[in-house]
Write a protein that binds this ligand. Structure first.
Ligand SMILES: Cc1cc2nc3c(=O)[nH]c(=O)nc-3n(C[C@H](O)[C@H](O)[C@H](O)COP(=O)(O)OP(=O)(O)OC[C@H]3O[C@@H](n4cnc5c(N)ncnc54)[C@H](O)[C@@H]3O)c2cc1C
Length: 407
């Protein structure tokens, strides 16, 4: 690990900039470079791979920069919130590809740091920061989505191991994941107080996944079945029947991270590209180079301003959560707003492209045209994943505004 120490943020910025320029694999600067699209998620499938994306991930992980604010002992960068922000800014300014996309970094790791025992931290956190294990989230069940605490996947104490039986649904990338963080029922006589949080190796006998195909043609998530799956006793995180508290905490981290992925540069927010520029190209520009259609111009500008305000709010709330006790229920405000702005942006994109925005496949369509409808369909999931908009509004009403339950 290179020495980037010192409190001087500008010196730190210069050193980082030099390091990034020297260590970014040349192949990744070429937009047409052939890299496996799954490589950025890491995992066992890429053990020993020479894919340039994996080389980039390893170099960043050696510095601890796949999880910049985590402690160095577990593979993090040990950076302060301000130093981590400088790193983010330099990565964005240099248009570097992400080194690692990871449910482990975004969701599981932060709760392991808070709730896991030392042995669990030592076992799992370095593998997360190094991108060696890909994680999936086993929360939702056919009868337990918004009412998550109604989950039924049972987990029985068999003396020297747990025995797990049941099924999960909408498990993103379960077919590609190595391990699953899972909510299970350990006491059927209580609802919230009968839930535990366990870690399951997806290679265990009895685990089966079936991809679900979407209207967009993708299969980003699966049904996941557990049939008499044996899990070591040491894989229970926190207290037996104490999983609900961990589950809620993890959702706060999830909502914070999902929101950051929406919008122009984000992966989950629909069609990519600068909306204002694309609109000008398709609708036409007036004198002074502005978008010709005044009404569309107003709505595009409003959406852009909303995203700018959102980005600043996310950065502020992330810095607050790094400096304090982690995220809070206010992440539900951000998640709700981000989903609405992302859906609005996709609607505007389709409107600006007109008939060109309906392209699905074929040589007759250019880049923004081909991603527009797929992106628009993808944004429909923005107000469902990580808790629906209605559920987030309920959280805001109860936990942020302190309003009473309706009679
Ligand atoms: C892209 C995507 C990825 C996902 N990935 C994962 C994953 O990796 N792991 C995982 O476990 N889950 C995942 N999910 C599932 C997601 O968490 C659930 O879909 C979500 O929590 C809603 O649950 P549900 O689908 O059962 O809908 P339901 O709970 O059946 O809700 C149906 C409708 O009723 C409304 N509703 C329900 N209860 C209330 C209430 N009390 N007040 C007001 N309105 C209410 C909801 O807002 C919604 O509009 C994913 C979902 C999507 C779309």
């Amino acid at each position: 690990m290179a020495d980037f120490g010192g409190a001087d943020l500008e010196a730190f910025r210069r050193k980082i900039r030099e390091w990034l320029q020297a260590n970014y694999p040349a192949e990744l600067r070429d937009p047409s470079a052939q890299t496996d699209p799954e490589a950025v998620w890491g995992g066992r499938a890429f053990e020993g791979s020479a894919d340039p994306q994996i080389v980039w991930m390893r170099r960043m992980a050696e510095q601890g920069w796949t999880a910049p604010t985590w402690p160095k002992e577990v593979g993090g960068g040990g950076l302060s919130a301000q130093h981590a922000r400088v790193l983010d800014q330099e990565l964005a300014a240099g248009r570097y590809r992400p080194a690692l996309l990871s449910f482990g970094v975004w969701m599981l790791g932060p709760v392991l740091l808070e709730y896991a025992n030392d042995e669990q931290k030592k076992e799992h956190l370095p593998k997360i920061t190094q991108g060696r294990i890909r994680w999936c989230q086993g929360y939702s069940e056919p009868g337990a989505g918004s009412d998550l605490a109604g989950l039924q996947t049972r987990c029985e104490d068999k003396g020297d191991h747990w025995l797990i039986g049941g099924s999960k649904v909408w498990t993103s990338y379960a077919d590609k994941a190595d391990w699953c963080f899972c909510l299970v029922r350990t006491d059927a006589s209580k609802k919230h107080e009968g839930i535990s949080f366990v870690l399951i190796d997806m290679a265990s006998p009895g685990v089966e996944t079936r991809p679900i195909r979407l209207i967009s043609g993708d299969s980003p998530f699966c049904e996941t079945f557990f049939t008499d799956v044996k899990v070591p006793k040491g894989n229970l995180v926190g207290r037996l029947n104490g999983g609900w508290e961990i589950a809620k905490r993890l959702l706060q981290y999830e909502r914070q991270n999902i929101s950051a992925g929406f919008g122009e540069g984000g992966s989950a927010g629909g069609a990519s590209g600068d909306l204002a520029e694309i609109a000008k190209r398709y609708v036409g520009a007036a004198d002074g180079g502005v978008l010709a259609d005044a009404d569309l111009r107003r709505r595009v500008t409003e959406n852009k301003m909303n995203f700018q305000a959102l980005r600043q709010t996310i950065a502020r709330s992330a810095a607050e959560s790094r400096a304090g006790n982690g995220p809070s229920a206010t992440t539900s405000i951000i998640k709700y707003a981000a989903a609405e702005f992302a859906k609005e942006r996709s609607e505007l994109m389709i409107e600006a492209l007109g008939a060109h925005g309906l392209g699905w496949a074929g040589e007759g369509f250019a880049a923004p045209e081909l991603t527009a409808v797929r992106g628009w369909l993808r944004t429909k999931a923005n107000s469902i994943e990580g808790g629906t908009s209605e559920i987030n509004l309920n959280v805001v009403a109860k936990r942020v505004l302190g309003l009473p339950d309706p009679k």
